[in-house]
Design a binder for this molecule. Structure first.
Ligand SMILES: [Fe+2]
Ligand SMILES: [Fe+2]
Length: 195
């Protein structure tokens, strides 16, 4: 198998998509943080602002993004040997649930914002729990992608170095020549040789 060049920390297409979605979610959290800061100072926010944020976190962050993680990424990590109970995916499922509870709290208080003087501070409270929870959660998931990606690259490189081909589930047929790459040619042009 062709060397993946260890240390490249490259993301595969699926995890790259999740990373793009993380960036959007982090931008949503930054907006929520600003809105919560205004409410904490007793300042008004335009009507519908909190509801729009709730819709973003429910539909995009949770249904679309966490839905993909729970349907595809976590089962794939578990199939690769990571345990759910007492393992990282178990913790991440729990964090998704904790985030859902925070968003429910924000939504409930937002519905009372016009008539209940305590609702704004309730939103602030839930937001201040939700924002660090989701930021830490995203950091953790991305770290795991990086570790697994580097580990995968190291394993491929070690096999390659000893001229042993390893197969992936996508393997279809054997080419005429072995497809190992000698270490001396791992970074041959046009590869970037500056690092
Ligand atoms: Fe997640
Ligand atoms: Fe995520």
């Amino acid at each position: 198998m062709v060397s993946s060049q260890s240390g490249a920390s490259g993301y595969g297409p699926a995890t790259a998509l999740l990373k793009e979605e993380h960036d959007l979610i982090l931008r949503g959290l930054a907006v929520l943080e600003k809105v919560a800061a205004r409410l904490a100072d007793g300042k008004p926010v335009p009507p519908g602002t909190v509801e729009k944020l709730v819709e973003f976190f429910r539909n995009f962050a949770d249904r679309c993004h966490h839905g993909k993680e729970e349907a595809m990424l976590f089962p794939a990590l578990e199939a690769a040997g990571l345990p759910r109970h007492g393992g990282p995916t178990g913790v991440m499922y729990t964090e998704h649930d904790e985030g859902r509870a925070c968003v429910r709290g924000i939504a409930g208080a937002a519905a009372r914002l016009a008539q209940d003087p305590g609702a704004a501070q309730e939103i602030v409270q839930h937001a201040r729990q939700f924002i660090p929870l989701l930021r830490a959660h995203i950091d953790k998931v991305e770290d795991r992608h990086r570790v697994l990606s580097d580990l995968h690259a190291e394993i491929q490189d070690a096999f390659n170095e000893f001229s042993v081909q390893i197969m992936t589930p996508a393997f279809e047929s054997q080419p005429g020549q072995p497809v190992v790459v000698p270490k001396s040619r791992w970074h041959a042009p046009p590869a970037d040789q500056s690092s």
